[in-house]
Design a binder for this molecule. Sequence first.
Ligand code: NAD
Length: 354
Amino acid sequence: MFKLAVLPGDGIGQEVTVQALKVLDAVKIKYNLDITYQTGLIGGCAIEKTGDPFPQETQKLVAQSDAVLLGAVGGPQWDGPDKKVRPEQGLLAIRKYLRLFANLRPVKCWPQLIEQSPFKKERIVGVDLLIVRELTGGAYFGAKGKKTVDGESKVYDTIEYSAEEIRRIVKVAFDLAGQRRKKVTSVDKANILDTSRLWRKIVEEEKTNYPAIDLNHLYVDNCAMQLCINPAQFDVLVTENTFGDILSDQASVLGGSLGMLPSASIGEGSALYEPVHGSAPDIAGQDKANPLAAILSVAMMLRISMKNSAAAMAVEKAVDTVLQQGLRTADIWTQGSTSVGTSTMAAAVIKALG
Ligand code: NAD
């Protein structure tokens, strides 16, 4: 029995999660999956009910689950300088609680949406890449402080990585490349940084365990440029926390819309699956949100946590079919396509699953 914790959160998080679960229900029947789910609170709605964005009850639920499906958190009612407890603290807390050290962000250029990209068509055709970002180390978690040098005050952040921290994320990248086009690009700044030199050494060591995978190294500045010039060259990119944060947002533009981008965060225990987008208060409650990012997050869960590639591919194929049919939520709408809402889009995906 596979136990899934469902945390819809706030705003459109609620709407897209409901629809993604309907798709999962259809997959469950079609592939005879033994899966149960239980819903919990996170973010703003959790603050309203308990005062805590990641309440004890939700902690207990995720601890007992094999995976977590999250919608999104946040909203203007919880913003403001006077608010001490914020929904986004719930996200940081769950990531820490589950010790999620790898963030996976696939970016695909859907041929049906290619006209909407700010990039020239010929540059992005065939883009299908996965960014594997280290999530719990580097500058965001290293020692920081203030000191006085020659009477002048200075501040510093330090980048720290242990060999073990690097090895575990690099293994994730090689393993995932094995299920894809078998190519890993490791991104660093080994011409300048000691942490990058250790990073590169560990990548080379691990490569010996993966003879079928092609490996190349790129400096981060060159990688940023290559993502614009020739993004179709990439399969799996693996990099440290800060570089990954920046590159994954840069790469997300290639996907056309936030509403099309799923993600996964994995650690030693249960993994967390969530669309990249936020709670979109501007369109919440209007049946306007694109549910495909949440649905594609379910596909990632089927592939990674449930090891069911056939079911994952079926969901991805169904998404491809509805785009082919010309169905579009507002964020991906173009002249001549058929405008649909959140629930109609998800229903079409279920129909396409057959
Ligand atoms: P956002 O991602 O919520 O929205 C940005 C823009 O994209 C909006 O115009 C929105 O309408 C549109 N959009 C987003 N997802 C869409 C979808 N599925 N379909 C159609 N359009 C979509 O980012 P924001 O406006 O900066 O933040 C809103 C709230 O969400 C804030 O409280 C923020 O803190 C929170 N947030 C949460 C997460 C998360 O839960 N992981 C991520 C980002 C932002």
